[in-house]
Design a protein around this ligand. Structure first.
Ligand SMILES: [Fe+2]
Length: 460
């Protein structure tokens, strides 16, 4: 059963601050699928949520492959008239390709596919990405009217071959700048003479005095159907949310079948991701031989070079009254831990800067993939006393007053009372210093309360 949870957030003195919509998947599976070879020892490898106890590993793997945390097949109403294929495409311009096909003509094509958006560095920017089988001029044409795409911005493209032997090779990126905040734009992407259909997005509103509506979820695969995808598509169709945040684990896996699974996944989310910014963090299924290559090439996040450097899988962005932080829990499980210190230093600096602006932007929400806490019994990191994720992040997030932490990976829904050091610190979400928790397929763990928040509350 999947549901949407809308979390309404209030400040401690009753000021409405925002709402977040979350998806809750009750699919519980356990699998090592997608763990990179360097991490494949069954005794030590992290699994993705073993919420179902008493089933064999083989059965768990089958369930994981079939559902991947996304549930049974439901064709979105908006696409009921379209042919349902294994590619599950949403946009009309998507090149049809199954993960197991190898049609040379399709692959050697300039037809844009896998179109998706992300926020840029401020409300006046939007990043547009897509892929093509051949190299070519990278361009986005856009405008305020559907029949008058009177502006154009050129961008860059790279050839993507790292662990992508069978996938579409050229990835394009254009950053649109000087856009009007809170404004709908129509656009198409173009590589040489091949254009996409006309799409549209709405830029982020300016300022802090508004309430973002966001869909947050984690762990979505390519195979099977998807109530979650249906919700994303509906939200894109109705423009009822501002953005999507996918908290790690994509496609199961982006690099599978030489990258074709990744291509299919990106096409699968295209309808939603080409109309709503699709913000991400990295999960264990993106590790892929310690390269994270598919995540690094396929997504471009604010304030970070692209293709994303392998040691820079974290970023932050502001949205209305919220400072969002995307961090990598995978620094503790990949590349022999050599990115831990760099990320920690960045997090400290980013949080301290955010805290200087709490009067204006009171919320700090962090999202990463693996949780600090869980009540499952599946040997995952979150079940352990010496959890690497908890040891790696909890104190910093607590000390710096992070309000909400949203996590995924366990394929089960849990929402925690505020916790610190393994203890519940209070049994409500409304006491001074607390805001609320939110979660999705995910975990919502709040660790918090500190002087900056108290001061903010007092001042209000
Ligand atoms: Fe995971």
């Amino acid at each position: 059963m999947d549901q949407t949870f809308t979390h309404t957030a209030w400040s401690s003195n009753g000021i409405y601050l925002g709402k977040w919509s979350c998806l809750d998947s009750s699919v519980h599976t356990g699998s090592n699928a997608g763990i990179s070879p360097s991490n494949k020892d069954e005794e030590t490898a992290e699994t993705d949520g073993g919420g179902w106890q008493g089933i064999s590993k083989a059965t768990a793997e089958k369930l994981h492959i079939l559902y991947g945390g996304i549930g049974p097949v439901i064709i979105p109403e908006a696409f009921a008239g379209q042919k349902d294929s294994s590619t599950s495409k949403g946009g009309q311009s998507v090149v049809e390709r199954s993960a197991k096909s190898s049609n040379i003509e399709e692959e050697l094509s300039n037809k844009p596919e896998q179109i998706h958006l992300a926020y840029g560095e401020n409300p006046s920017e939007m990043v547009v990405m897509w892929s093509t089988g051949l190299a070519g001029l990278t361009e986005v044409r856009y405008g305020l009217l559907e029949n008058n795409l009177n502006m154009s911005t050129k961008g860059e493209h790279v050839i993507f071959t790292e662990r992508n032997s069978e996938g579409v090779k050229f990835v394009h990126r254009v950053k649109l700048a000087n856009l009007l905040p809170g404004t709908q734009y129509y656009y198409l992407v173009k590589t040489n003479d091949q254009e996409s259909e006309i799409l549209h997005f709405t830029t982020m509103k300016d300022g802090t005095n508004w309430s973002p509506t966001i869909i947050m979820f984690g762990d979505m695969g390519t195979r099977g159907g998807s109530p979650s995808l249906r919700i994303l598509n509906k939200a894109a169709l109705s423009q009822s949310v501002d953005a999507i945040i996918h908290t790690g684990d994509f496609a199961y896996d982006l690099h599978e079948e030489g990258g074709k699974v990744g291509d299919d996944f990106m096409n699968r989310i295209q309808y939603a991701a080409s109309r709503l910014p699709y913000m991400t963090c990295v999960g264990n299924h993106e590790i892929a031989w310690d390269t994270f290559s598919h995540y690094r090439y396929r997504f471009s996040m604010p304030g970070v070079a692209w293709p994303t450097p392998v040691d820079r899988l974290f970023y932050s962005f502001d949205m209305g009254p919220v400072h969002f932080i995307s961090y990598s829990t995978e620094v503790h499980f990949a590349r022999e831990g050599r990115d831990i210190a760099k990320q920690l230093a960045w997090l400290q600096e980013d949080l301290q800067e955010a805290n200087t602006n709490r009067n204006n932007r009171p919320w700090v929400i962090a999202f990463g993939h693996r949780p600090m806490y869980c009540s499952n019994n599946d040997r995952d990191d979150c079940t352990k006393e010496d959890s690497k994720v908890r040891q790696g992040f909890e104190k910093l997030f607590y000390d710096e007053g992070v309000d909400i932490i949203v996590e995924a990976h366990e394929h089960s829904y849990e929402r925690f009372w505020p916790m610190y050091g393994g203890e519940v610190t209070q049994r409500n979400y409304t006491t001074l210093g607390l805001r609320c928790t939110s979660s999705a397929v995910l975990q919502g763990v709040t660790s918090l309360t500190r002087s900056a928040l108290i001061q903010y509350s007092d001042q209000r």
